[in-house]
Design a protein around this ligand. Sequence first.
Ligand code: UDP
Ligand code: MG
Length: 312
Amino acid sequence: MKKVSILIPCYNEEQSLPMLYARLAELCRSLPQYDWEILLINDGSSDNTLAAIRQLRQQDKRVCYIDLSRNFGKECAMLAGFDHVTGDCVIILDADLQQPPESIPHMLELWEQGYEDVYARRLSRSGESWLRRKFSLWFYGLLQKFSKDDVLRNVGDFRLLDRKCIDALRQVREQERYTKGLFVWIGYRKIEVTYEQAERAVGKSSFSFLRLLNLAIDGITSFSTAPLRISTVIGLIVSLSALAYMLYVFVKTLVMGGDPVQGFPTLIIVMLFLGGVQLLSLGIIGEYLARIFNETKNRPVYLIREKAMNQE
Ligand code: UDP
Ligand code: MG
């Protein structure tokens, strides 16, 4: 019998867990041909998520859990999950029921047909503000321009991955993880399904605008070195314009005679502009340097306090 794992990173989700479990139990009942495993990762929640998870495990031994030592963020929590799931495939689901477990049977069908990465694209993004929607669309556009790999718009972490993909992702141990990009990077046979995103069942999203912005910068810097090239290009343009201006001044002096001292505002503008460009370039280099710094420390991506799995 094939085993299907469901991986759910949880951060302060004590209220949504019972609802989520009810929906999943229903799903498992409707597909008895599979062996199920529900792996919950408690990502350092500050509420009673762990107690709720323990209670679920008491009711149902298919529920396994890993308790991380603190909040490492969803990306790291997912890696902890990839390291421990035992299924022949894994389905990554959010705990807040924004993604309908009812799409899973169709995803499994496609997996049975031989697809290794069945990703779900949301048709609507209900429960998200206009600004956030605009921002993420703009961000995906930017990322697509910057990187060679095509990070797909409106595709989140909700997907089914074959064992091959899980093993591939486990080999990628970088600290600054941008999993959406990694899914594309690993390749394998992909196919798309679509779903309607629901509102969050309870609670509120833990990704504030600032956190999303950080994720966006991480996404770009961990997937592309194009910003460095932009600095080079700007530098080149500025130098060439300076050269052209120099020639112009030279010729003008020869033909019309020299200028008396003038043009203080122009000087200031040029100085400020150049100062700005230089600081920006330094900042960009710094971003990459910081990443090198973090990666060379080579720390583990997550730490586990406690785990309850059915087989070791
Ligand atoms: N999550 C997590 N660690 C975090 C933040 C979020 O494991 O530091 C989980 C959260 O419990 C949920 C999923 O990641 O299952 C998506 O989070 P959320 O719903 O807050 O994000 P959104 O749907 O708004 O992108
Ligand atoms: Mg959500």
